[in-house]
Each structure stands twice: as C-alpha cells, then as structure tokens.
Design a protein around this ligand. Structure first.
Ligand code: HEM
Length: 520
C-alpha cells in the first residue's frame, strides 16, 4: 500500500506559515528567571565591542531549562543561546575553542528537546528570529518585518535574515498546494495537478523577486567582513583559528571537540521541498548521474541518496522539518505523473514552467553568492599580498583567515607549495593542490550543478534546450548588475588560481576553470 500523503500538523507545520512557526516567535522569555540571557543578547553588540562578553558569560549561573514551558519558549531559548554561543566563540581577538557551562549546558538540553543541532542554524537565525511590525499585516512583506536578535545591530544583518523570512512566508502556501497536487496525481486528476503547478510557478517568480531584494539593504562588504564571521561553524575552521572545533563544557568531564557547520540558508527546508515536489535530484558535486542510474535495477526502487552537501544540510534542520521532507520524498509523484502524461500539453508546460522558475531562482542566488562571497574573498586575497604580518596578526576570524593563512605558511610549505588549509589560500602552480574544503568541493561548481540539475527533468524538448542554454555573456558580466566595475584592488577579478573560500555552512574551493567571479 502507498504511504499516505503527509499531514502538515503532524510535523508542527502551518498551512499559512509553512516552516515558520504558527505561533510568532517570542520577543522575550516570560519567566524573569531568564532575564540574564535576555539582557546579554539585548546588549550583544556593546558586550562584543567592549570585549566584555566572555567575562560576563563566564560569570553567569548555569540556568536550568525547567522554566521553559511552551514550544515558543524553547525556540526563543535556542535562538538566544546560539547567538550567545557564536558571539562567545567569534567575538574576541581570536576564537574561543570552548563554550563554557552557562551556555553549553542549557544549549545542549534545548537542542535535544527541539531536535536541532547545538549551533546557530537557519532556524535560530531566521525561522525563529523575527517579528511583524504590525500584527494585522502579512509577514511575507519585507516592509512588515523586523529581527529579534542580531550580532552586529546592523540593518544589513537584519535584512539578510529577513529576506529569508519573507521567502519562507511567501513560499509557505506552496507546501499544501503541492501536497494537494500529489493527492490529485494519485487520483489521476490532471487538471488539478496543472492548476497547482501553475500557481507554484507564479509563486516561484515572486520568490526570485524577493531574493534579489537582498541587494537593497545588505552591503556585500559588511556581509563578508562583519556578519559572516559570526555565522561560522566549527568544522573546517583551522585557518580561522579553530583547528579541532569547539568543546562544549557540559560538566561531564568527558567532553571532546565537536565540529558543526555554520548557519546557512542551505538549511532552508522550503527550497528542498520544491526540489522534492518537482522530482529534482541532486547528486554529490561532480557526480552527474542520470535519474535512471539512481534507480536500483533489480528492485525498481529509488536507491538510497548518497551523501551530498544538500542532504547533509538536512541534519541542520529542526527534526520534524527534516522528517517531513523525507516523508514527502517517499510519496512525491508529480514528475512520474507528468512523464506518464506527455500528451497533456498544458500539464507539461506548467511543470516545465516550475522547473524554469526554480532554475532562475538558483541563477539569482549564484549572482548573490558571487557578489557577497566570491568577489570580497578575492579582494581579501589581493590585499593580503601587500599586507605586513603585524597588520594581519591583530584579529583572527573567518574574514581575516585568508591573509593569516598566507602569512603563516612555513618555509617548507612554501617550498612544497602546500600548507595550511585556508580560506583564500592559493594552490601551487595554478593546479588543484591538496586543499580540502567541504569534501574539497568547489563552491561555484556545487551551486551550478544544483542549478543545472534543477532543469534536468524538463519534459518538452524545446523547454529543455531553453532552460539549459548557456548565455553568450556568461563568464564576463554579472547577470543582474551589468558589467563588473574595474577591480578596485589590483589583481581582483583577473586571478586564475584556485582559492578556498568559506561559505556559510562549508568551506569551498573556487576554481576558475569551472567557476569564479561572475562566471555562472
Ligand atoms: C547574501 C545572501 C546569501 C549568500 C551570501 C549566500 C551564500 C550561500 C553559500 C556560500 C552557499 C553554499 C553553502 C554554504 O557554504 O553555506 C549557499 C547555498 C544555498 N543558499 Fe544561499 N546565500 C544567500 C542567501 C540565500 C537566500 C536568501 C536563500 C533562500 C532562498 C538561499 C538559499 C540557499 C540554498 C537553498 C542553498 C543550497 C544550494 C542550492 O540548493 O542551490 N541563500 N548560499
């Protein structure tokens, strides 16, 4: 018997808010017992600036979680504790590789209860960290949103989170819509499936418009140098100053180093839901298997998905959200339904339109990653060439890691051309060296493959060609911002060697032969 179509309420999901909580995030914990946590996060910027945060946290009592009642309170506690944790780790001259008991103990308890990892995730930064400005206005409107917590107090940081919140809210109705489409496909009801797909395509277009609004109020330099360092995790962070990860001091005496990815939108469940609903398969980067290859011949069932970054990110979603995705995956039938009804022109057009719009969304995202991560990382690298060791020694974090990596290479490493793993670290002789990031994966190759895989199920031959066309200007211009300006820093934009760059959740290489600045 076929498994039943998942019911949103079973996973704590809302038909109107989707993966955002149905009950709005709390602006503070009601029990005064937690006043100290609230006070620290309310004063985070001042505490970081005055370098007093670590001392204040070290002197905090270890608060019990017994005073947390409703889910909304647990979520607020998780958000507060992850902001404190990342500020503690990254908010000094060099990172701390220990989280003291006042944060570690309650954070581990809260995370276990909420089925999330004890680190800043998309849930603590975005899903559970917003409020509407006016209660009677919608939360899919960026003009009606504000953040609750930030590391920097900057408008740029708030905007970075809020664009995601608006995308989640605007995309939320697609979830019940596509569950309806799956039920309709089971019943052989092609007109309903077509109607749902058309609405889905229109909404995806809206989401692309929202995504592009990132450029309005989040400055790439501020993002790269001020915001992103606080989002960093503890995995592959040797060059940023955390060679082993972070010890969570839970008082057990048996603590070992833990390593987690940093907070990233790649942990958003809604984008993965779109892929699943449309039958888009993602493979490990560099593995371009066709769908047929991923089916087990003998059993006629889909083979277990192999490890890849997108699947890895499911571990960073709240447990019920990840379970929902797994359960939807087990019943997703739209792609098969469309393939079986290729004579139904309206259905095929609607399906292909969805794939096309999702691909466009990924195109826009690649332009954003180029502007916010790739370009600034090259600027850092170019600058680090002319900087003195004294200048780079001052502060160690994700943003300075490239220059410090360059400065710290030993003479032996210099001779070998290898050396410490770094964020904007050059491979020898313009070749791939022994550098390993998140599986040694190139950021642009990963993002481009995810984008290209989006178009693969396209049904109509013409649509397939249209979707996978390579733009003439590709490799030279920024799709949305026209020609790039002349590089401000000599060497930026013309480098050809492979470098490594820390994304949000992972560390990646940027290889110019298949990707790089404005080359997508
Ligand atoms: C300044 C804004 C943004 C930057 C710099 C950025 C950067 C990145 C980076 C570096 C990755 C690779 C994984 C990692 O290292 O974290 C990534 C992946 C991803 N991002 Fe973003 N991102 C931004 C905004 C967004 C927004 C608003 C969304 C929501 C639609 C989003 C959705 C995704 C998804 C779904 C992935 C996984 C790859 C895929 O499915 O295509 N990102 N992003």
């Amino acid at each position: 018997m076929l498994p039943s179509i998942p019911v949103l309420a079973d996973y704590g999901l809302s038909p109107t808010h989707g993966f955002l909580p149905d009950v709005l995030p709390l602006t503070r914990l009601p029990d005064p017992y937690y006043t100290k946590w609230e006070a620290i996060v309310a004063n985070l910027q001042a505490l970081i600036l005055s370098k007093r945060l670590r001392g204040v946290v070290d002197r905090l009592p270890v608060l019990s979680t017994i005073g947390l009642e409703h889910d909304a309170e647990w979520r607020r506690a998780y958000s507060l504790l992850t902001f404190m944790a990342h500020a503690y780790i990254w908010g000094g001259d060099s990172p701390s590789d220990r989280l003291p008991p006042p944060i570690a103990v309650p954070l581990l308890e809260v995370s276990a209860r909420l089925e999330v990892l004890p680190v800043a995730t998309y849930a603590s930064l975005c899903l559970w960290n917003f409020k509407p400005l006016f209660m009677d206005e919608a939360i899919d409107n960026l003009e009606n949103l504000a953040t609750l917590n930030t590391f920097t107090g900057s408008l740029d940081e708030s905007w970075f989170y809020l664009v995601s919140v608006a995308i989640e809210a605007r995309g939320a109705p697609i979830i019940p819509l596509m569950l309806t489409a799956m039920a309709a496909a089971r019943a052989g009801d092609a007109p309903t499936v077509t109607r749902c797909l058309r609405t889905f395509a229109e909404r995806l277009d809206d989401l692309g418009t929202l995504l592009q609004r990132m450029n309005e109020s989040c400055d790439p330099t501020i993002f790269y140098h001020r915001i992103r360092p606080f989002l960093a995790g503890s995995k592959n962070m040797a060059e940023a100053g955390l060679p082993d990860g972070v010890v969570y001091e839970d008082g057990s005496g048996t603590e070992t180093y833990r390593q987690y990815s940093g907070g990233s939108n790649a942990q958003s469940s809604i984008i993965q839901f779109f892929d699943i609903a449309l039958g888009v398969d993602h493979h490990p980067t560099g593995d371009r298997r066709s769908r047929a290859d991923s089916f087990s011949d003998r059993e006629g069932r889909a083979a277990a998905p192999r490890h890849n970054f997108i699947m890895e990110m499911r571990k960073y979603m709240p447990g019920p959200h990840a379970r929902f995705l797994n359960d939807v995956q087990a019943v997703a039938n739209i792609r098969d339904f469309v393939e079986d009804h290729q004579d139904d022109v309206q259905l095929c057009i609607a399906y292909d339109a969805c794939l096309s719009m999702l691909r466009v969304l990924r195109d826009k995202h690649i332009a954003i990653v180029t502007r916010y991560i790739v370009v600034p990382s090259r600027e850092v690298r170019a600058r680090s060439r002319s900087r003195s060791p004294e200048a780079t020694r001052r502060r160690v974090n994700l943003a300075t890691a490239s220059s410090s990596a360059q400065q710290r290479r030993s003479p032996v490493q210099e001779r070998r051309g290898g050396g410490p793993q770094g964020i904007a670290f050059e491979a020898p002789d313009n070749k791939k060296g022994d550098l390993k990031g998140t599986g040694g994966t190139a950021l642009m190759s990963f993002l481009k493959q995810a984008r290209d895989e989006t178009g693969e199920p396209t049904v109509e031959e013409w649509a397939r060609r249209f979707i996978s066309r390579v733009l003439k200007a590709e490799g030279r211009n920024d799709f949305f911002f026209g020609k790039p300006e002349e590089p401000v820093v000599p060497g930026v934009g013309v480098a050809t060697e492979e470098v490594e760059v820390a994304g949000l959740a992972g560390t990646w290489t940027i290889d110019d032969d298949v990707g790089g600045i404005c080359h997508y």
